[in-house]
Ligand binder design. Sequence first.
Ligand code: ARG
Length: 372
Amino acid sequence: MTGVPGGGGRDEPVEFAAAEDFLRQFHSEIGSPTAYDERVHAVRAEIDETGTYEHTLAELTFGARVAWRNAARCIGRLYWNSLHIRDRRSLSVPSDVAAESIAHLRESTRGGRIRSTITVFAPDRPGRPGPRIVNEQLIRYAGYRRPDGGVLGDPRSVDLTTRAVALGWDRPSPPGPFDVLPLLVTDGNGATSRYDVPRDAVLEVPISHPEYPWFAELGLRWHAVPAISNMPLEIGGVRYPAAPFNGYYVGTEVGARNLADADRYDMLPTVAARLGLDTTSARTMWKDRALVELVRAVHHSFDQAGVTMADHHTESERFLTHLHREERAGRRCPADWSWIVPPMSASTTPVFHRYYDEPRADTRPAYLPVDS
Ligand code: ARG
């Protein structure tokens, strides 16, 4: 399962050893009508001639799924083998990448019945780098720096917002806390273009609380689909720099991080005040109490809207089911404890009470850290 890291630069030929490693894994796990030896010979000849090789659809599908299985920070890996693949390897022009990324959103959203999906665009080839998506997710809310130094919207997106504006983005006026940013797509020559994401491609959920009517007045909302768009996918030495993929949210990602973190939407002081909590001392646990109500509101709202969302208790159980399955299959299951353990009520979930196989930087196939 551990692969040889693929070609060094985006421009360099594929390392044959990385290809061979992947093909061996593919054939040992899946088998295939084409015998292993035959395929390895063909791939070697293709690399000798062109500096790279083309994955079959079966290889691409397997590679993208195993890259998910290898994602040490992901608690949601139980369903790795059902990742839906949209093969768009023939596309490298930024306008096509944007259009198919938007189609990805529509298809994976399914009105709320979210389907884990990846769209794979053109790979890097020697002398011909593939396209890239600058945005870290297909859907991100703008963050506008205020004169007083504060931020309207998502502080995480201030730089991306600045870039979008520099590229001529016609930001909504007046700007709001939940303005969906345009997609910025870079072509193989490094030129970046901007594409608006149509409103009707973005399902959003207004946040209300099952017991406190005032909660809706806070005007909070979040989008249904988390779609990571800036992590290159590497399979068998071939790198796909634009390969946006989505799963569905765990409620804590939205309620206990995006809306709660002090350097994100920072809503705990506001929620605590509306709850009438004593915020003069940390020991009243006002943050903890506000956090629970915020996460409850997120779950209530997604449930009411009919949008898929997991809770951290259920997802923790699922992860351990996955881990035991992997053990039974004789595989390592690398996991990063600090990412797997939920950001609230950690010790009430079973994933807190144990350690995991150490992730290795050279495991392939993989979704690579940004800028690697
Ligand atoms: N934590 C990120 C966010 O809040 C999303 C990361 C991917 N999450 C997922 N459930 N697939 O936007």
